[in-house]
Design a protein around this ligand. Structure first.
Ligand SMILES: C[S@@+](CC[C@H](N)C(=O)[O-])C[C@H]1O[C@@H](n2cnc3c(N)ncnc32)[C@H](O)[C@@H]1O
Length: 366
């Protein structure tokens, strides 16, 4: 969307979907991380004014509320630090008021939940945070960084790499591919684009006949997140609008396979509504995140291609499904493997009489 001039603005259906996703993800992330860390951080780098024009909560209040209303909250003993950064003065003031109102409505405020509001540019905030930690020779506590700008300026890859050089930090970034595509060959904002990608290769957009411009820009950003930020796992999801057009990609980077699983579960849980959908591609087909009508054909095809002539454990098949496809583990056994076995396509050696329990091996045709 184009950046609004007003302090607050209208909540679009796709933003609502993004918020649901954040809520579902944090609902899983808070209990997991808090169970083995003394402190965890939620960092909202482009925090916004706190509420939308009809009073709907923005991402900072959503994150706080996900924690405070969590059924497991009273058992979470670690310290939670919420770090909200907003550059625009009127929005920062609005955010401060909204956060104060939220705290007032939730008294007595839990001692282990701390909030820090920062009126500053994302890049300045991260630069001083990283410098401070390095000078003190301290590590950053496990951090979920939500990075949700309107466009692509003020979001250099080198800055993300600095922040993410702390091992336990993960990233959820809104990558405005539509804007990037529009400006990629215009020549007037090259310094922003070069900073965004950490390379000038984006200028080659449109020169690869095998990929659309959007796909090229997607692949380049994904590669840079993997290579420069050194993420083990980078997943992305396209947000498709009513006209079937990709508005933006949501990229999630983590070094923990549990993070991949949590994000994937969240994606499949969200019903974007309003005609918006998430999608990913596998085996040349779009995979739409609609749990009511899951087409597992791309997963079936990908597994048959990948494991042609091989004997493979159920654990490895699950790992492949989780890490290399848009599907969840639950899409593997009943929807894909059972029909393949019934049709005599695969041979199954299992410890028990039925199903695909741990210890099962599957042989694929060559
Ligand atoms: C898309 S909105 C964020 C919405 C919010 N994350 C939510 O979901 O409710 C982007 C916000 O970032 C702010 N902003 C723009 N440039 C910024 C920068 N360089 N650093 C920090 N905030 C910035 C804008 O004023 C705006 O409020």
């Amino acid at each position: 969307m184009a950046a609004p001039k007003t302090t607050v603005w209208h909540l679009d259906p796709h933003t609502k979907a993004k918020h649901d996703l954040l809520k579902f993800y944090l609902g899983g992330w808070f209990p997991v991380l808090s169970s083995y860390n003394g402190r965890i951080v939620f960092l909202d780098g482009f925090a916004g004014p706190g509420r939308y024009d009809s009073g709907e909560p923005g991402s900072p209040l959503i994150a706080l509320d996900t924690l405070l209303t969590h059924s497991y909250f009273s058992n979470m003993k670690c310290e939670f630090l919420f770090f909200f950064c907003e550059a625009k003065k009127d929005r920062f003031e609005s955010l401060s008021q909204q956060v104060a109102g939220y705290k007032e409505a939730h008294q007595p405020w839990p001692e282990n939940v701390k909030i820090q509001l920062v009126h500053s540019e994302f890049s300045d905030t991260i630069t001083s945070l990283v410098e401070h930690l390095r000078s003190q020779k301290r590590r950053l506590a496990p951090t979920f960084a939500f990075v949700d700008p309107f466009g692509f300026s003020g979001l250099p890859m080198s800055l993300l790499a600095d922040l993410l050089s702390f091992n336990s930090c993960e990233l959820f970034v809104n990558y405005m591919v539509d804007h990037v595509n529009r400006f990629a060959t215009a020549g007037n904002v090259d310094h922003h684009l070069e900073a965004l990608f950490g390379t000038a290769e984006y200028k080659n957009v449109g020169q690869d006949p095998s990929r659309s411009r959007q796909q090229f820009l997607h692949d380049l950003y994904e590669r840079q997140l993997t290579d420069v930020c050194k993420f083990t796992y980078v997943q992305s999801f396209a947000m498709i609008n009513k006209t079937g057009h990709i508005g933006y990609y949501l990229f999630h980077g983590t070094r923990d396979v549990k993070g991949v699983e949590l994000m994937k579960n969240a994606m499949w849980k969200v019903d974007p509504g309003g005609g918006y959908q998430f999608s990913d591609r596998l085996a040349g087909q779009d995979v739409l995140f609609t749990e009511s009508d899951v087409n597992t054909e791309p997963l079936r095809q990908a597994i048959l291609d990948r494991y042609k002539g091989k004997r493979i454990s159920i654990a490895a098949l699950e790992q492949f499904t989780l890490i290399h496809t848009p599907y969840r583990k639950t899409h593997l056994r009943k929807p894909v493997l059972t029909p393949l076995e019934k049709a005599g396509v695969i041979r199954v050696e299992r410890p028990g009489k039925s199903g695909f329990p741990d210890g099962t091996w599957v042989t694929f045709p060559s």
